[in-house]
Design a protein around this ligand. Structure first.
Ligand SMILES: NC(=O)c1ccc[n+]([C@@H]2O[C@H](COP(=O)([O-])OP(=O)(O)OC[C@H]3O[C@@H](n4cnc5c(N)ncnc54)[C@H](OP(=O)(O)O)[C@@H]3O)[C@@H](O)[C@H]2O)c1
Length: 249
């Protein structure tokens, strides 16, 4: 299936490693040029060089912190200057699992606010900065990376992922008339460079009985970014291989 991504331009936040890097790779393999951002320059530059060599597409490293509106504005400006446009935004940058995981007595409010600032408000900042460019072209794709802690109890920072569901549907309803879709992909425990054997073993209790690789999350994202997914918007897709045993989510 031709996803129609040749010649498109994407921004992937948190593209220096992990799931973001796998998404940048997949979009580039499908013919897109990609701007990747992260805060640490060295890892970002190395990732851009490697992905560019691997895919033959333009992969531009832009140091940016999604906790800052100025930094996000600069990210979008630099992307348009280097690549000419923005068609696809993948909001992915955050601390996986969040930083407030223990019992209530140990929950630190400032740390929780930082988690929310990165994942919820950070995603909003990036969407707000790219939307005018997408509206101008009457076409756009915004894909938010959530996490299944938003669908189950047990991790206070998981509330970020529930909030991103709300943000996704609200933006989808506002932007749909302009040819822009907004969707959410929930990874479960996913294999990246930092996954250890114990995580692999525990993740294999899902329906497909094996951990999902970051490249498989990337394939779902690439479909949602494609011209073929024009009729899918405002939805949250569980891409964990069936890690939660409930029917209506
Ligand atoms: N891996 C999993 O099993 C899993 C499961 C469920 C959900 N998720 C979600 O999937 C996404 C990616 O997770 P991952 O495991 O691939 O994470 P990761 O390997 O830790 O990578 C995170 C990326 O985000 C960047 N980043 C973090 N904060 C940032 C900020 N404020 N501004 C700009 N860049 C920032 C990091 O680079 P710098 O540190 O250099 O900024 C890095 O490039 C996250 O939203 C996570 O919550 C992951």
């Amino acid at each position: 299936m031709d996803l129609g991504l040749t010649g498109k331009v994407a921004i992937v936040t948190g593209g220096s490693r992990g799931i973001g890097r796998a998404i940048a790779r997949e979009l580039a393999r499908e013919g897109s040029d990609v701007a990747i951002c992260a805060r640490q320059r060295q890892a970002l530059d190395e990732a851009a060089k490697a992905l560019s060599q691997e895919t033959g597409r333009r992969i531009i490293p832009i140091v940016a912190d999604t906790m800052s509106s100025e930094s996000v504005a600069q990210l979008v400006k630099a992307t348009v200057a280097a690549l000419g446009r923005v068609d696809v935004l993948v909001n992915n940058a955050s601390t996986p699992g969040g930083m407030v995981r223990g019992p209530l007595a140990d929950a630190d409010d400032k740390t929780l606010l930082e988690d929310i600032d990165t994942k919820v408000v950070g995603y909003l900042r990036c969407a707000k900065a790219v939307a005018p460019h997408m509206r101008q072209r009457k076409w756009g794709r915004i894909i938010n990376i959530g996490g299944l802690s938003g669908r189950r109890s047990g991790n206070i920072s998981g509330l970020r992922n529930a909030a991103v569901v709300h943000l996704t549907k609200t933006l989808a309803d506002e932007l749909g008339a302009h040819g822009i879709t907004v969707n959410l992909v929930h990874p479960g425990a996913t294999r990246t460079e930092r996954t250890d054997a114990e995580t692999e073993r525990r993740a294999a209790s899902n329906a497909i009985r094996r951990i999902v690789d970051a490249s498989e999350i990337a394939q779902v994202v690439a479909f949602l970014a494609s011209v073929k997914a024009a009729n899918v918007t405002g939805v949250a897709i569980d891409a964990s291989g069936g890690s939660i045993p409930v029917m209506f989510q």
